[in-house]
Design a protein around this ligand. Structure first.
Ligand code: NAD
Ligand code: AKB
Length: 316
């Protein structure tokens, strides 16, 4: 079995993706890599390597030496954190991608997954059922880096035949690992506060509708896209993907169905402006038609699972 590496494996997506890939490919075939000194306990069974994606020499040497053929490149600064450190965010989000695209161009890597985001859209994009191909004028450094990354992925596919695949993830909701500094993080935080304190102060306004997805759906989509025959992957920039859409007020109502005493208050901060520039909902017809995508989880089911499983002791 050829080797796979997940770079950014200690993050919200990386933790669950690594676990799932290890189930499918075998524990010794999937290497977890991250800039952190140690992996979380949950990944301790398999191989872990401390790797800074910005150290392109080390990344190149490791991938070539260990004959790694499939790369999931997840390391990035997310929207809210990136706004606080735009120069570094641009560097981190772009340089790592070039290192991996170049390795594939040289023939060392055969397949790449690189995630994009709904952040590629901006205030001039149609907000409802945002189409696959539309106006894209992102206003955040994170969105600009994702949009540029999409263009480069498509370029390397067209010019050099690099097999790179990508999804524009919506906000992802999960309980295994905490989210890492995004605008959609409220939709995870809310469950921890609901369980610990039965109340939540939201950093977005009550009626801010955003596209979201339960993590299990996102992991399945990622693996389905990576396993799809190459000719079915017709979009080499990044695929729109839709799970469910809701506002903080609607999410709070769903929580109240299970915890009737739950209350929510609103104190919008700088993340409101970011959220206001993003779509309400996404049209993902291309993903459905090209490689058979279909979501499994709606809001009510996701809320039930989150309330059952979040561990308030892991809250920082
Ligand atoms: P995260 O912040 O939870 O995890 C990112 C991981 O990358 C962290 O473990 C971090 O330590 C690691 N990392 C940071 N700098 C690194 C470096 N220099 N070298 C190696 N590793 C480094 O992020 P996430 O939510 O898991 O997102 C993963 C990817 O998916 C990102 O590209 C993000 O833009 C994209 N995405 C995420 C969401 C979401 O809702 N989680 C939505 C859309 C797109
Ligand atoms: C963020 O909020 O930055 C991420 C994303 C949608 O890309 N969750």
């Amino acid at each position: 079995m050829s080797k796979t590496i997940v770079i950014g494996a200690c993050g919200q997506i990386g933790t669950e993706l690594t676990l799932e890939l290890r189930k499918i490919k075998g524990i010794n075939s999937v290497i977890a890599a991250d800039v952190k000194d140690e992996s979380p306990e949950i990944l301790k069974d398999g191989i872990y390597v401390k790797m800074d994606i910005l150290n392109s020499l080390m990344v190149r040497e490791y991938i070539i030496k260990h004959q790694i053929k499939e790369v999931y490149l997840l390391a990035a600064l997310l929207s809210a954190t990136a706004e606080k450190n735009p120069d570094f965010a641009w560097r981190l989000n772009m340089e790592g991608l070039f290192t991996i695209l170049e390795l594939a161009k040289e023939g060392h890597i055969t397949k790449i997954f690189w995630p994009s985001s709904i952040a590629v859209f901006g205030p001039t994009t149609p907000k409802d059922n945002t189409p696959q191909v539309t106006v894209m004028e992102p206003t955040t450094v994170y969105g600009i880096s994702k949009q540029a990354g999409e263009r480069w992925c498509e370029y390397y596919f067209n010019k050099f035949g690099v097999d790179v695949r990508s999804i524009r993830y919506p906000g992802l909701i999960s309980y295994t690992s905490l989210p890492g500094g995004g605008t959609t993080d409220y939709a995870v935080d809310i469950f921890y506060k609901a369980k610990a304190e039965n109340t939540f102060n939201c950093f977005l306004s009550a009626d801010t509708e955003l596209p979201m997805m339960y993590m299990e759906d996102a992991i399945r989509a990622t693996i389905e896209l990576m396993e799809a025959p190459s000719e079915k992957v017709k979009i080499r920039s990044s695929y729109n993907l839709s799970g469910c859409s809701f506002t903080p007020a609607q999410l709070a109502k769903e929580i109240q169905q299970i915890q009737p005493g739950f209350t929510i208050t609103y104190s919008p901060d700088f993340r409101q402006q970011i959220a206001d520039s993003w779509p309400n909902s996404i049209d993902d017809l291309s993903a459905r038609e090209d490689w058979g995508w279909k979501e499994k989880y709606g809001v009510s089911e996701m809320v039930r699972i989150m309330l059952e499983n979040v561990d308030v002791n892991s809250m920082v």
